[in-house]
Design a binder for this molecule. Structure first.
Ligand code: 5GP
Ligand code: MN
Length: 338
């Protein structure tokens, strides 16, 4: 990785700092894994560091070492505010613009701390003084590993740090199968296992901790799936009533969108999830091949992400959202048939 970035990070960490580390709202495995990985590293160097998440994260990530010390802004806003006010350095991980951190946005905009971005999403904003942005990376966790390696600190990777980064790489690459997975990703993962990451444990704790109600919700989602062969598209809807029926818990719908892509011939998969409390429909987009869901989400649904995985939202009803979605497909017919 770029030597200038490493030099700049080294310069910051050569002196004691008050550090805050922040991932995007609705943090996923990569967001939690990368912030915890960096946090373990900074603590090991004797730095004063705290992770603040904009809101809660799923139970299937709460086994990760150190996760119990994460400050949830929604629950402990005064603690979080005071930490941000005092921070001399703020690391922002796994997101590309401050709009991705919800209610934390104004606090960061008013902070005079030195910002460091580590992120792999497309079209990043330039709010950070030190910017390590690389859209070719599998995950932010792989980038945190690169930083530690760049600082010549691989020996300081503990098993706790290793399992954090391993888990985020695992979840963001769909268990090492997405096209963002490179030989380098596997080399990094191998190093993490050497440094004590218990790989089977990570898979079991993330993927084999289903509840019966989550599987029933999955059944409902799969029954609701609509296949539009003409557009090589499959979409799923989940209404708030359906979520309530199956006792929805945060994270329960993680991965559902991918089932559409398992159908032969389908290259575009979408899930629409109604969120009555926020008055929005949360949307996840996935694709196979060249069709850019990042561009699609950006153009029509106030979102973004990567070429093959993106998210967005809609402020109208779920029915209207789906009508809008369907009305957009004809203009993408050629791209979806490519
Ligand atoms: P997911 O569909 O799993 O929530 O997210 C897929 C990818 O898109 C992730 O990299 C995530 O960070 C990004 N993403 C999800 N929702 C949004 C959004 O509302 N806006 C933007 N810019 N990116 C999003
Ligand atoms: Mn990520």
């Amino acid at each position: 990785m770029n030597l200038e970035i490493i030099k700049a990070i080294k310069g910051l960490l050569d002196i004691p700092q008050k550090i805050v580390i922040i991932p995007h709202k609705n943090p996923d495995g990569d967001a939690i894994g990368s912030t915890l990985g960096l946090w373990h590293f900074l603590k090991g160097k004797g730095q004063d560091a705290t992770i603040i998440v904009p809101n809660d994260f799923p139970k299937f990530l709460k086994w990760m070492p150190g996760s119990e010390q994460i400050v949830n802004f929604e629950r402990d806003s005064s603690v979080a505010k005071s930490l941000i006010n005092k921070a001399s350095v703020i690391f922002t991980l796994d997101f590309n613009h401050l709009g991705r951190i919800g209610q934390l946005q104004p606090l960061l905009e008013n902070s005079s701390a030195t910002f460091v971005m580590i992120d792999h999403h497309q079209e990043p904003d330039d709010y950070a003084k030190i910017m390590y942005s690389d859209v070719s990376m599998s995950s932010t966790c792989e980038m945190v590993f690169n930083v530690i390696e760049g600082l010549d600190e691989l020996e300081s990777i503990t098993p706790e740090l290793a399992i954090s980064l391993y888990t985020g790489i695992m979840t963001d690459t769909g268990s090492f199968k997405y096209s963002s997975t490179t030989s380098r990703t596997h080399l990094v993962v191998a190093k993490l296992i050497e440094r004590g990451a218990k790989n089977t444990e990570a898979h079991n704790k993330v993927y084999d901790t289903n509840t019966p109600s989550r599987l029933h919700l999955l059944g409902c989602a799969l029954k609701n799936m609509v296949i539009l062969e003409e557009y090589h598209t499959a979409f799923i809807t989940l209404s708030q009533d359906e979520l309530d029926t199956y006792d929805y818990k945060k994270g329960d719908t993680e991965g559902f969108v991918n089932y559409g892509l398992t159908l032969e011939g389908i290259v575009f998969a979408v899930i629409f999830i109604e969120n009555r409390e926020e008055g929005i429909v949360k949307i996840s987009f996935r694709s196979e091949g060249d069709f850019s869901v990042n561009e699609f989400a950006r153009a029509h649904f106030n979102g973004g992400g990567h070429t093959n995985a993106a998210g967005g939202r809609s402020d109208v009803s779920i029915e209207e959202t789906i009508s809008l979605f369907k009305s957009l497909l004809p203009q993408y017919k050629d791209d979806l048939n490519a």
